[in-house]
Design a protein around this ligand. Structure first.
Ligand code: IPD
Ligand code: CA
Ligand code: CA
Length: 272
């Protein structure tokens, strides 16, 4: 398969969705609650996914599509959708990652599109329309931001690191707060921009040294996981098992800080 072409098609569709994000960000929109009061959706999320699907499906008529707006809300439905999405060629789409930011007029909202071929993530595209930054990667062929090669940071010392995290929209809120508190003691500082895909793109770009979050979905993570690995970093679940499409609790770092972060995330290990 021509992965360069697939990457271009994904980028093209991400730009189309990005135009809608730029146009409607912060405007009064009808907002619906999904799985919890923390989990919201607008008509623009749905319109963006449709626009992306149309472009992907025109180019790859037999491919499968796993997009947030076609799956019922909540972790159970999301995991089931991943289990059932077993096409040889599968697009994994989050039309707006950072919907709450989008609604509130906060600029961290991205379009995240990944491609899975025979169960392996091979292409990742994350577009930040507010800064016009196109992050993209092909497995084994490097990661780029607006055409410039990216590499994860070289930071080895947790005490000098800047890590990011987020607060889940459902269960795990308390657990996440405990974990952030633990590594918060050991790092230079913590950021929470409100878009998991943006956090992952920033780890790949070396702007952040690592990212951790519980209870995310395949569409939040796939593109960014491909990207962090292509940029030389490491991605796993929070107990260190390799990342896969079913992973919901993620740790992604420059590699050098990975084991130190995993230790802090393990609430059974006493805090040093
Ligand atoms: C959300 C964002 C956010 C994360 C939430 C996700 P959405 O995705 O990635 O950073 O903390 O858990 O649900 O709903 O804006 O696509
Ligand atoms: Ca998301
Ligand atoms: Ca979304």
């Amino acid at each position: 398969m021509d992965l360069q072409k697939a990457q271009q098609v994904a980028q093209q569709s991400a730009r189309v969705a990005g135009e809608q994000i730029r146009k409607f960000i912060g405007r009064p929109l009808q907002t619906l609650q999904k799985s919890s009061p923390h989990d919201l959706v607008t008509e623009v999320d749905k319109a963006c996914q449709e626009a992306i699907y149309e472009i992907l499906q025109n180019a790859y008529p037999t491919s499968g599509l796993l997009g947030e707006e076609s799956v019922a809300p909540g972790a159970v439905a999301a995991s089931l959708a991943v289990e059932q999405a077993n096409q040889d060629l599968l697009w994994v789409v989050d039309p707006i990652d950072g919907t709450l930011n989008f609604i509130r007029g906060l600029p961290a909202c991205t379009v995240s599109i990944g491609l899975v071929v025979e169960a392996i993530g091979v292409v990742g595209v994350i577009y930040d329309p507010m800064r016009d930054e196109m992050f993209s990667a092909i497995r084994g062929q490097g990661a780029f931001c607006n055409g410039r090669l990216m590499h994860v940071s070289t930071e080895q010392d947790l005490a000098s690191s800047v890590l990011a995290s987020g607060f889940p929209t459902g269960a795990y809120r308390g657990r996440s707060a405990e974990q952030i508190k633990r590594f918060g003691y050991h790092v230079r500082n913590v950021r929470a921009f409100g878009s998991a895909a943006l956090h992952l793109a920033y780890v790949a770009a070396g702007r952040l040294d690592g990212f951790f979050e519980n209870d995310l979905n395949a569409w939040d993570l796939l593109a960014g996981a491909v990207m962090v690995e292509a940029a030389g970093g490491r991605v796993s679940d929070v107990v260190g098992d390799p990342y896969c499409l079913a992973t919901r609790h993620i740790a992604a770092t420059n590699g050098k800080l990975h084991d130190q972060l995993l230790r802090d995330l393990d609430l059974d290990v006493p805090l040093a």
